[in-house]
Design a protein around this ligand. Structure first.
Ligand SMILES: [Zn+2]
Length: 585
């Protein structure tokens, strides 16, 4: 067998003609070009384990070479050996490039406009969706396709009509939002003359385009018409859904409009259900917190308060906790104003503020009377609702009540205030979860530094243990020139994560609630040795996930910020029950 190799080598390459080995150069050169000028540069730009990928490419090339060298004779006289070798060689080389493209395009660090695109994959996406990149309307040509819930496309107006300008401006808002990773944008009057777009990137507002009031109104009308809302009604709150397609990329849009004193306001949320869909493992609880919350889902009775400032993941947490209950052996329900995701097996009751019928508290009462095991209440808009909640069977029915507050103690305080009865409040509460969202540093551009003893002292961190912290960058060096970081678009941060405090309320804590001794309650809760929101945030900074500046921004002294009930968008504690603010992700 030892001398099989040179024989099969000669046969496999079938060296009768000079052009056959030369033919192998073509896939090899194409591969080398793709790896060095596309994959490697792309990996370097977006921080995608560049070295590991280069190993993978080299190994693929090595295997391709071995496959050719050890190719057994194929065909009766070995006449097909070279062609099979050629195909296997090319295929193996191509697979390493395709593997990179597939993995890189799914990576969260790569923005939509940074995806690798070969003619081949462009071709594939063209075949898969019959929508060409440009959409021809009655004359106008646009880049995006807006599709209604019934799948019909929104017509593109003629290029010379004034509506076409509006359409392009609307498309521009979507394109900009996707480019800067916004998850939401608003369009509202900024003063008497103008409307302004505000984009929300990782929960932080970024000012966008300004339009003269007349154009702003036309733009809002465009979105309303596209989502089949009543364009003529400029006062009532209206909601609708749309899908936007950009090439093969798709986003769901949820649209809200409402009239106000100074004009209409439009809000567009991207992929709302993606934003609230998290498992217990993904949401960011520590192991001890997860264990404690699992205890909630296996016990019965009592009220668990779920607290967060507005737009800080309250719906996500409510949904995650609800999904931890077995909805097949238990009667699990929710009461919500806006259904942000469909929860399997859970009956979601929607309360419509516009509709005639029972008010929120009455709906809650009628649901609690039907003997459910678990009820999640997306908000507690008024004292009446709170009073209905504490009437639930304390032994059997578990109620999760979501309220705007920025700490566990703050949540209990709000609960006592809603009920107007510290004794009833103390008796009812089984547990409290409070959360905030903190921005994660962009791993592509974050900068390490050695903290001074002063900073560490201010933060209450041991100086000997914390050798390094990180701050936001926003820029990267490309050929020794600073350029805006392509991963975070210069913000220095990339996505948000929850930071939590989670406590069970025991008899000691109940005593403090009865006495309305909030400092005492805080001390009681600390006894559990579980982290507070501040500690959870600092831990993220020590681990290098976030910056000290972000920790301070998020955990700023609540005394310095308006009280939760006074914040815009927060559910008013005792105000107009027909118009409670919408609970948000
Ligand atoms: Zn960055």
């Amino acid at each position: 067998m030892g001398f099989d190799l040179p024989l099969s080598l000669a046969e496999s390459l079938n060296l009768v003609s000079w052009w056959k080995p030369v033919l192998f150069l073509f896939p090899l050169l194409a591969w080398a070009w793709a790896v060095s000028t596309v994959c490697d540069k792309h990996a370097a730009k977006y921080y995608l384990e560049r070295e590991r990928w280069n190993y993978i490419h080299c190994i693929a090339a090595f295997i391709a070479l071995l496959a050719v060298l050890f190719m057994p004779p194929i065909g009766s006289g070995g006449e097909f050996t070279w062609i099979v070798s050629f195909l296997v060689f090319s295929g193996l080389l191509a697979s390493s490039v395709l593997a990179y493209v597939t993995v890189a395009n799914k990576d969260e660090r790569v923005p939509e406009n940074g995806k690798v695109s070969f003619e081949l994959s462009k071709l594939a996406s063209l075949v898969e969706s019959k929508n060409p990149k440009k959409v021809k309307g009655k004359g106008g040509t646009s880049v995006l396709v807006f599709r209604r819930v019934d799948k019909s496309a929104v017509d593109v107006p003629a290029a010379d009509s004034p509506d076409f300008e509006v359409r392009l401006a609307a498309e521009g808002m979507i394109t900009r939002a996707v480019d800067i990773r916004a998850t939401k944008f608003d369009l509202a009057p900024s003063n008497k003359e103008n409307y302004q777009v505000v984009y929300y990137v990782d929960g932080v507002k970024t000012a966008g385009e300004t339009f003269p009031a007349a154009s702003g109104v036309k733009l809002i009308d465009f979105w309303k018409a596209a989502a089949k809302l009543d364009v003529a009604d400029r006062r009532k709150k209206q909601s609708g859904d749309l899908t936007v397609e950009r090439g093969s990329a798709k986003n769901k849009l949820h649209i809200d409009t409402q009239g106000g004193q100074s004009g209409q306001k439009l809000s567009v949320v991207f992929d709302p259900e993606q934003q609230v869909r998290k498992t217990a493992e993904q949401i960011g609880w520590t192991a001890e917190q997860t264990e404690l919350i699992r205890g909630w889902s296996s016990s019965r009775g009592g009220v668990v308060l779920l607290a967060a400032p507005p737009e800080s993941g309250r719906t996500t947490t409510l949904y995650t906790v609800m999904k931890m209950h077995d909805a097949y052996t238990n009667n699990v329900q929710t009461v919500e104003i806006e259904l942000e995701d469909a929860l399997e097996g859970i009956r979601q009751n929607k309360w419509d503020p516009q509709a005639e019928g029972p008010d929120f508290g009455t709906l809650v009462r009628s649901i609690l009377r039907r003997d459910p095991d678990v009820v999640g209440i997306a908000q507690v808009p008024d004292p009446q609702t709170a009073k209905e909640i504490v009437k639930a069977d304390p032994e059997k029915c578990r109620v999760y009540a979501s309220i705007p507050a920025d700490s566990a103690v703050g949540a209990v305080q709000a609960w006592v205030k809603l009920l107007g009865d510290p004794d009833a409040a103390a008796k009812s509460v089984h547990g409290v979860l409070a959360q905030k969202l903190i921005r994660k540093l962009c791993i592509n551009c974050k900068q390490a530094y050695q903290p001074t003893p002063d900073i560490l002292k201010k933060l209450g961190l041991p100086p000997d243990k914390v050798k390094q912290l990180f701050r936001k960058g926003g820029e990267v060096l490309v050929k020794n020139k600073p350029e805006q970081c392509p991963v975070c678009q210069g913000t220095g941060y990339l996505q948000r994560e929850g930071i939590f405090e989670v406590f069970n309320v025991d008899d000691g804590a109940r005593e403090m609630i009865r006495a309305q001794n909030w400092a005492g309650l805080k001390a009681e809760l600390r006894k559990s040795a579980l982290p507070s929101i501040q500690q959870a945030a600092l831990r993220k900074a020590i681990e290098g996930f976030t910056s000290v500046e972000e920790v301070l921004r998020v955990t700023a002294d609540p005394a310095a910020t308006p009280k939760p009930a006074a914040q815009p968008g927060a559910a008013p504690a005792a105000a107009a029950p027909k118009q409670p603010a919408k609970p948000k992700a």
